[in-house]
Ligand binder design. Structure first.
Ligand SMILES: [Zn+2]
Length: 260
């Protein structure tokens, strides 16, 4: 890897940096990715998702999700995007969003929710990831880390590059946790503003928590369940964040239950 090449890449990127105030995160953010570029990336990824996964043929279910989704999108912090909502055939209790306004929910998650308010909480959380540009920042920060690694390698510091890689992974985990909590806080804001009951986010998180606990019974003795586990990590912390966002304060017991 030539040092010149790394330098050229850095300069190219530096030339495209723009600064925007993000209404969702209330932060001034520096980014390399314009909204147009973000939508283009999101659209390509969404097409791939639709090719590889099957959309549920139940039109009533799709319409219900779209109606709730658009109600929330109208009150979110990033209204310049065109949002789309779709249910995919998958029994896992999960949902995900792509940059640029694409939200996907698994059929398994819809079946697990009870009522529109719980469903609204899940969709609001996904819209919040998009409004806060979590995926874009995450992509850009990993790109930043790669540049640091390249630069370190180029200067002959192989050992140091290993250190950077561990730090990069740690930063990503911390970032994911903060992003989840931020999406929950914004989710409360959006569900309230759209006229849904935000406390349904609590009941649904509790359902997820119960499910997680049920699963852990099948682990053999002595196996420690990783803290950053599975697709719905940090549930106790998320419960606390949502309670704080709704009521302004969390129960003392929630602090005791939060693993460190
Ligand atoms: Zn999330």
């Amino acid at each position: 890897m030539s040092r010149l090449w790394s330098l050229a890449l850095l300069l190219t990127l530096a030339g495209c940096v723009r600064s925007d105030f993000n209404l969702a995160t209330q932060r001034q953010e520096y980014t390399l990715t314009s909204t147009d570029k973000e939508v283009e990336i999101g659209r390509k990824l969404a097409r791939r998702v639709e090719r590889e996964l099957t959309l549920v043929p139940d039109e009533a279910m799709q319409h219900r999700v779209q109606a709730i989704g658009h109600r929330l999108a109208e009150v979110c912090d990033r209204r310049e995007l065109v949002y789309s909502f779709a249910v995919v055939k998958d029994d896992d209790v999960n949902a995900f969003s792509l940059p640029g306004g694409y939200v996907f929910l698994n059929e398994g998650l819809i079946k697990k929710t009870s009522g529109d308010d719980e469903l609204a909480g899940v969709i609001a959380h996904e819209i919040a990831h998009i409004a806060a540009r979590h995926a874009v920042s995450r992509y850009e920060s990993s790109l930043g880390m790669q540049i640091v690694q390249l630069a370190t390698l180029a200067s002959g510091g192989g050992q140091a590059a290993g250190g950077v890689s561990v730090a990069a992974q740690a930063a990503q985990l911390a970032y994911a946790r903060d992003a989840e909590l931020e999406a929950d806080r914004l989710g409360v804001k959006y569900t309230k503003a759209a006229g849904f009951d935000p406390s349904a986010m609590l009941t649904f998180l509790e359902t997820l928590h119960e499910e997680d606990r049920g699963k852990s019974h099948y682990l053999p003795r002595g196996v420690v369940r990783p803290y950053y586990a599975a697709t719905h990590p940090f549930v106790p912390e998320r419960l606390r964040a949502v309670k704080e966002a709704i009521y302004g304060v969390a129960d003392y017991i929630d602090y005791l239950n939060t693993p460190n």
